[in-house]
Design a binder for this molecule. Structure first.
Ligand SMILES: Nc1nc2c(ncn2[C@@H]2O[C@@H]3COP(=O)(O)O[C@H]4[C@@H](O)[C@H](n5cnc6c(=O)[nH]c(N)nc65)O[C@@H]4COP(=O)(O)O[C@H]3[C@H]2O)c(=O)[nH]1
Length: 795
């Protein structure tokens, strides 16, 4: 380079040009390069200043003097603008070499691969820009770097391998000198030799494959995830070839169709299609799947290995290569058999009653609307019928719910046989059925109702039980009783309610006045809700007289209601409604508390202790906390337990016998007395009666009214009295109105009488006066342990 500077001429690379002489304007050599010196056989010092032969200038092509002759040398002469002369001598092979060198240099410089030369000592002598960039360093820092002193053994080993004449490879993570870059590199170290085959150094090629490595790693991870997914997924994953034979088959597919992977591979798609599906999904359809692009989805019936048909949802995607050629199809398959069944079940449940299989209200309403439209447009009648099983609750309570359910299912089947194809019977839940009878007038409806009553009354055998039930039916007619389903339903319901009130096991056609009754019931129920808080309820008391001594032993508390809106409402009217609505529970508690308080007050006012009898409704009797409530009332009011008598109606005690027996025992354990009211109206079994913990039987007043004349009643009352005697129970005769009745009862040995003959039920102050006026004949209740806490009588 110094010589170049000295010449003031930037010479191209020596080797590239061959021998070069620069001749001054004085025709003397100013500069000769190493090749020119070698060619001339003169050292550079002897060359500089040396005159150039005249002939060289006149005959430019003649061999220059004093140049040594060389074979095939080609001279050229180039006058320079400043008057100097550039003489070059080159061998023709040198030109080829020069061009090749230039190409190599270009490749070296511009290569996208980091490239560098190193000498025989392992020092980097030259490198390209890409190498500098990859290393994240500077050219100055890299050129001259001794690679054999690098800390990474694998690099030094690879360099040594190259210097030993072999190619060395290094692959690894490279941390740049500056520490700013982390690269995954692959480097090749190749030896460079001279013409004798001696290694003069090497060439290094460094490739950054970080991105490719990341891509490869990502692809590997993706493949692993995909494989895991295909292995683990609940979806069957099936790959088909272009002939629609199985190419791959995952475990879920084996699970779904019953074929192992080995059995499935190579099978044609037909192997999982049943006969019908094969006709539908023929070759043509399969071919069209192959030609489709993108995903497509369908549902079909497939066949498992065990021959079971399953419903499958298929999601298919055609597989294509990068040239768009179809390679096959990949299918994801979901077994939706259970979902379909559940959907069918839901659809069924939305329209049918699961217990009886009859249409439910939703379907009935739908059919009713259609039938009413038809009736209207064709001017035809239509009947709507409500049927309710009488005392169905008793069946459930005594025989259990499963027998109750079986009975309903059996009746539903029987009802079906009594109807025409165009009729609809539906169960609304519970024991209530609705019949929609298109084209049916009052006579037709009455006829059907009679048939239904007969079907209901037929003996039923369920398991070991044989029994029969009855039903009450209400009928409403289109168009007289209503023109829409709602109105007709209301009317039929009211008529059914009426049938129940009028003795059950019968049917009633709706009449407008029934509507009034229903409206009154509603009004009573509404007013009753406010009766307690408005203090509209009071108690009347009716005395009970000992038939032997003529003394008054106690009183029965009877509820009275004077409603602000409705005036006096008799208990026989409002008590059933209070029971239906559940209002009887707070009302009943109020009665017991008020009666107890009254007895305590009367005792405090000087009357001797009297037993007070209160009526207990079936609803109250079923409350499991009843004994606790009774105990609380006694404790709160201070009434001795023995002065409280609880009257249960015969039907109350007959329902759920075992529960009733337990409840009577629990109540008696509280110390209160128990009597069975309205005795004789139900069919009590004697064995059962014996197990009830009761003290008295109250003979129903329906047997007393005609006692003077009716021999049957006399026989019944006489039987009841002797039955009670043999069970150790007292008898109370209700509704005694005449001295004759009283006399008859006395002679029979009946213990107690109650009725208008003795006194009508009176308000508390009147009864107090009445009792006071009869002070002599009012007998204190026998003082037992339970009554011991009562205040001493001043009467
Ligand atoms: N014809 C006639 N009737 C007589 C005679 N002596 C008494 N009576 C009436 O017979 C009914 C006797 O009460 P019950 O059998 O318990 O029958 C009661 C009872 O079942 C129910 N009831 C009354 N008060 C209550 C109550 O506080 N709670 C419950 N759950 N029911 C009650 O209402 C029913 C009717 O009660 P009331 O209308 O007060 O009617 C009372 C009474 O007024 C008579 O000589 N001749």
């Amino acid at each position: 380079m110094d010589t170049e500077k000295a010449s003031g001429f930037a010479l191209p690379h020596e080797e590239a040009l061959g021998a070069v002489w620069l001749v001054g304007r004085d025709r003397r050599i100013e500069f000769a390069n190493a090749a020119a010196c070698r060619l001339s056989g003169l050292p550079p010092d002897a060359m500089t200043g040396r005159p150039v032969d005249q002939r060289f200038f006149s005959t430019p092509d003649a061999p220059p003097l004093p140049l040594a002759q060389g074979p095939g040398l080609r001279f050229s002469r180039e006058p320079l603008p400043d008057g100097r002369l550039l003489i070059q001598a080159a061998h023709p092979l040198h030109e080829t070499w020069r061009q090749s060198e230039a190409r190599f240099r270009l490749m070296f410089e511009c290569s996208p691969v980091g490239s560098f030369h190193f000498d025989a000592t392992g020092r980097i002598t030259a490198c390209n820009d890409r190498f500098v960039a990859l290393m994240g360093s500077s050219r100055d820092a890299l050129e001259g770097l001794d690679m054999l002193s690098l800390p990474d053994n694998r690099i030094t080993n690879a360099v040594r391998t190259a210097l030993a004449g072999d190619s060395g490879v290094y692959e690894g993570r490279y941390h740049s000198v500056t520490g700013r870059r982390d690269l995954d590199v692959r480097a090749l170290f190749a030896p460079l030799t001279d013409h004798r085959g001696e290694v003069t150094g090497g060439l290094g090629l460094v490739e950054d494959f970080s991105e490719r490595k990341h891509a490869e790693e990502a692809l590997l991870a993706y493949r692993q995830r995909l494989a895991l997914l295909v292995e683990q997924t609940a979806l069957a994953v099936i790959e088909w070839d272009e002939r629609f034979c199985v190419r791959d088959w995952n475990p879920a597919a084996s699970q779904m169709f019953g074929y192992s992977r080995e059995e499935a591979i190579g099978q044609h798609a037909y192997f999982i299609l049943d006969e019908t599906e094969r006709q539908r999904v023929n070759d043509q359809v399969l071919q069209s799947l192959l030609s489709q692009r993108g995903g497509h989805r369908f549902t079909n019936n497939n066949l498992t290995r065990a021959g079971r048909t399953i419903i499958c949802e298929w999601f298919n995607t055609t597989l294509v290569d990068s040239d768009g050629r179809t390679l096959g199809v990949i299918s994801l398959v979901l077994d939706i058999t259970e979902r379909r069944l559940a959907e069918q079940q839901i659809r069924y449940l939305a329209h049918y009653d699961p217990l009886t299989g009859l249409p439910n209200r939703a379907l009935l309403t739908d059919r009713a609307v259609q039938a009413l439209n038809a009736a209207q447009s064709e001017d035809r009648p239509l009947a709507l019928m409500f049927l309710d099983i009488d005392h169905f609750k008793n069946v459930n309570d005594t025989l259990g719910h499963s027998i109750g359910d079986a009975l309903l299912a059996k009746l539903a089947r029987r009802f079906g046989t009594a109807l025409r194809r165009t009729d609809t019977v539906s169960r609304l839940g519970g024991d209530e059925f609705i019949f929609l009878l298109p084209d049916c007038d009052a006579d037709g409806a009455a006829h059907v109702a009679q048939q239904l009553l007969a079907e209901t009354a037929r003996d039923c055998r369920i398991g070991l039980h044989e029994f029969s039930v009855s039903a009450s039916i209400g009928i409403a007619l289109y168009p007289v009783d209503g023109t829409d389903f709602e109105t007709l339903s209301r009317a039929a319901d009211i008529a059914m309610y009426r049938a129940k009130q009028e003795g059950r096991n019968t049917f009633r056609l709706f009449e407008p006045k029934m509507q009034e009754r229903a409206a009154r019931h509603l009004a009573i129920e509404n007013a009753l809700r406010r009766a307690l808080e408005r203090n509209e309820l009071t108690l009347h008391y009716q005395p009970q007289q000992c038939l032997k001594s003529g003394r008054i032993l106690g009183v029965e508390a009877l509820l009275r209601w004077k409603s602000a809106e409705l005036g006096d409402v008799p208990p026989a009217e409002f008590i059933p409604l209070a029971e239906e609505s559940g209002l009887i529970v707070p009302i009943g508690e109020w009665v017991m508390r008020t009666a107890a308080r009254q007895m305590v007050a009367w005792m405090a006012a000087g009357l001797p202790p009297l037993v007070v009898a209160v009526n207990l409704s079936m609803v109250q009797f079923r409350q499991s906390n009843l004994p606790a409530r009774v105990g609380a009332i006694l404790a709160d009011t201070g009434l001795p337990a023995g002065l409280l008598e609880i009257e249960l109606t015969e039907s109350v005690s007959m329902n759920q016998p075992e529960a009733a027996i337990a409840m009577t025992r629990a109540l008696q354990a509280c110390g209160v007395m128990l009597s069975v009211d309205d005795f004789g109206t139900c069919y009590s079994s004697l064995a059962y009666l014996k197990r009830l913990s009761i003290d008295k039987l109250k003979i129903d007043r329906s047997f007393i009214g005609e006692l003077d004349t009716d021999h049957d009643d006399q026989a019944i009352v006489s039987a009841i009295v002797s039955l009670a005697g043999s069970l150790g129970l007292q008898t109370v005769a209700e509704g005694v109105e005449s001295p004759g009745q009283l006399d008859f009862l006395s002679r029979l040995g009946c213990d107690i009488a109650q009725g208008y003959l003795i006194s009508r039920p009176l308000a508390a102050p009147d009864m107090f006066r009445w009792l006071k006026s009869r002070a002599g004949s009012v007998r204190a209740a026998p003082l037992t342990a339970a009554t011991a806490g009562a205040e001493p009588s001043s009467v």
